[in-house]
Design a protein around this ligand. Structure first.
Ligand code: M6R
Length: 596
């Protein structure tokens, strides 16, 4: 996930050290290349950028020595295309008199680049940050002011992003926000702006949170805020913030796990836009279609997403796919694998050794190897014939949450495309996820005290919600240390039912399609004394039969399966905290498992 920082000083000075330190503070977001630009009082632009870590690029290009009145730094996390010096940011306009950088995704980048070239502009990279600069340049060339141009460029640039730019012949910087984070600050003799609050905190505590559609002009002594669409001034004063650095990194949430659960609507929105506009999806789908046998290979949470993916593929595209845990793939399928087959390897980190072993074995058999991965630049990304990004930004908490949701989004998108169906089915998901978080939080808060001392639980699901039950159970055991087994609801009667006694907790992940089956599962347990908790859409039959019902908003069953994971994530989080554990760093576990 890229990050930007900009500063406007009252007097020309050595800005390099400030830019490098700001870059280091943004580095937790994940990145593969770094760049800085300074603009001197005399109108010169000094631009230095490269692939690598902040410290490496700083020493290779002597970033600390950069001087100017204004400066900006950008950390790039490649979404598509190899990280390269040309694609690193900031970028110049055609004449080299304006420089800018962005974070986020401009999803119509390919089309815009073609337009800019046709209009005679100089385009030096394939990076979408450069498109932000040219989108503004295009309107300046037609005689508009910079602010007017920013307002008009917003109509051209599709996606979620924020950008920053400066012109050689002025003394200000401009920044604009649409969908991605942007916070401005006022200090003693300078103003600044960044993708997030933690980046600004060591410099100032007087901050102005920029809203979508707003442009901010940074002068050395003040900020001016505008509604970019109308050009009208927005009167909002900077506020004094009191957060600590650590609290600010957690975005005001007590733990990263809770923050990342709350980020799910936004990351889903960004991935839906990205996949909808990407030219990489069609050939990916074609490779899946051609596969004689298709395997979805993963571990842990990523495997649960693969299970849901297989249900989507069969249901929406009539395409059988075999979800399989990576080490078992070696024993069960690799010996029979051939060049007509394909493996889709799914991993948040892209470094899970079990998954990489499976990929190498598949490649050795001549099968196609495809990747679905969050960490760009990871081994899985480079080892795959083709890959698609999950575009979640860094997931810091060990329990995977937002990456699971985006794995499900990616699978649903692929299944719809494979089946030749409209992908707009997914459009409502971000708002539904938001509604689910808001409605589930109080319901889960009321439920948690009644489950906090349970050491043994089951979590059951069926069809579309079977993978969700497994994922809910994994979240619960991972952060509460209680035993929680996920299972196909219909299997419960084939053995585990014997564990049920008075007060024994059985959770059900359900949805409207499966109410009759849910009712029978609930009663099978309840009549033996179980305490049943159902996560599903509201239904009088469930109200009449379930011990507790955590209500999901009405939704298409394809989407409601994804929604059902949210209350289970929140329940796991609440129980972990109530039991005195740190959900972000569960004992014995690691975020990236690079061992066999
Ligand atoms: O990085 P990966 O997706 O390959 O990781 C796979 C599992 O280790 C991971 O999903 C693990 O199960 C999570 N910590 C679960 O929350």
């Amino acid at each position: 996930m890229c990050g930007i920082f900009g500063i406007v000083a009252a007097k020309e000075r050595e800005l390099g050290p400030v830019l490098v330190e700001a870059g280091k503070r943004l580095s937790y977001r994940g990145y593969d290349s770094v760049g800085c630009a300074t603009l001197s009082a005399g109108g010169a632009i000094d631009l230095r950028k490269d692939v690598g870590k902040v410290e490496e690029v700083a020493s290779r290009h002597r970033l600390a020595q950069m001087r100017g009145l204004r400066g900006m730094t950008q950390l790039r996390w490649a979404t598509f295309g190899a990280p390269s010096r040309a694609n690193a940011q900031p970028h110049l306009d055609s004449s080299g008199e304006m420089v800018g950088a962005h974070n986020g995704n401009v999803v119509n980048n390919v089309e815009l680049r073609a337009q800019f070239l046709a209009e005679g502009m100089t385009v030096r990279s394939t990076n979408d940050g450069e498109s932000c600069v040219h989108a503004v340049e295009r309107h300046i060339r037609q005689g508009a002011t910079v602010l007017e141009s920013i307002g008009r460029a917003a109509r051209d640039l599709q996606g979620d992003y924020a950008y920053l730019l400066g012109r050689a012949d002025e003394k200000v910087l401009y920044a604009f926000k649409k969908g991605s984070g942007l916070v401005a600050g006022v200090g003693d003799g300078f103003t600044c702006v960044a993708s997030d609050l933690p980046c600004l905190l060591p410099l100032t505590r007087r901050v102005l949170r920029i809203r979508d559609g707003e442009a901010v002009v940074l002068h050395a002594d003040r900020l001016e805020l505008f509604d970019a669409a109308t050009g009208t001034r927005v009167e909002r004063e900077p506020e004094e913030v009191t957060e600590t650095m650590e609290a600010a990194q957690k975005g005001g949430y007590p733990h990263f796990m809770l923050k990342e659960i709350h980020e799910q609507p936004q990351v889903a929105r960004e991935l839906i836009h990205l996949l909808g506009a990407s030219k990489h999806v069609a050939p990916f789908v074609e490779r899946l279609r051609r596969a004689r046998h298709l395997y979805l290979v993963a571990c842990g949470t990523s495997y649960h997403a693969a299970l849901l993916g297989a249900v989507y593929f069969a249901r929406l595209a009539g395409k059988p796919a075999v979800p399989v845990l990576a080490p078992q793939f070696l024993a069960q399928y690799v010996p029979a694998l051939g060049a007509e087959d394909a493996g889709l390897f799914v991993s948040q980190s892209g470094e899970t050794k079990d998954v990489l072993n499976a990929l190498e074995a598949a490649r050795a058999q001549g099968a196609a190897v495809l990747g679905l991965v969050n960490v760009l630049g990871s081994t899985l990304m480079t080892a795959s014939d083709r890959y698609l990004p999950l575009a979640c930004g860094y997931e810091i908490s060990v329990p995977a949450t937002k990456t699971f949701v985006n794995q499900c989004v990616a699978f649903l998108h692929l299944a719809l495309r494979l089946g030749g169906r409209p992908v707009r089915t997914l459009d409502g998901l971000p708002a539904l996820l938001q509604e689910t978080i808001e409605s589930a939080e109080p319901q889960v808060a009321a439920l948690a005290p009644q489950l906090v001392d349970k050491e043994d639980l089951y979590c059951l699901g069926y069809g579309l919600t079977y993978p969700i039950a497994l994922e809910g159970a994994l979240k619960l055991k991972e952060v509460t240390y209680a035993h929680c087994e996920g299972m196909l609801s219909t299997e419960f009667k084939h053995g585990p039912l014997s564990a049920v006694r008075q007060g024994y907790p059985v959770l059900f992940a359900g949805q409207s399609e499966d109410v009759p089956l849910l009712v029978s599962g609930i009663n099978e347990c309840a009549c033996r004394g179980a305490r049943t908790v159902v996560v599903s859409q509201d239904d009088p039959r469930l109200r009449a039969n379930a011990g507790d019902l955590v209500v999901l908003p009405p939704a298409d069953p394809l989407l409601s399966a994804i929604l059902a994971v949210v209350p289970l994530q929140l329940l796991a989080y609440r129980l972990s905290v109530a039991r005195g554990f740190d959900p972000d760093f569960p004992r014995n576990l690691s975020k990236t498992l690079t061992v066999d």
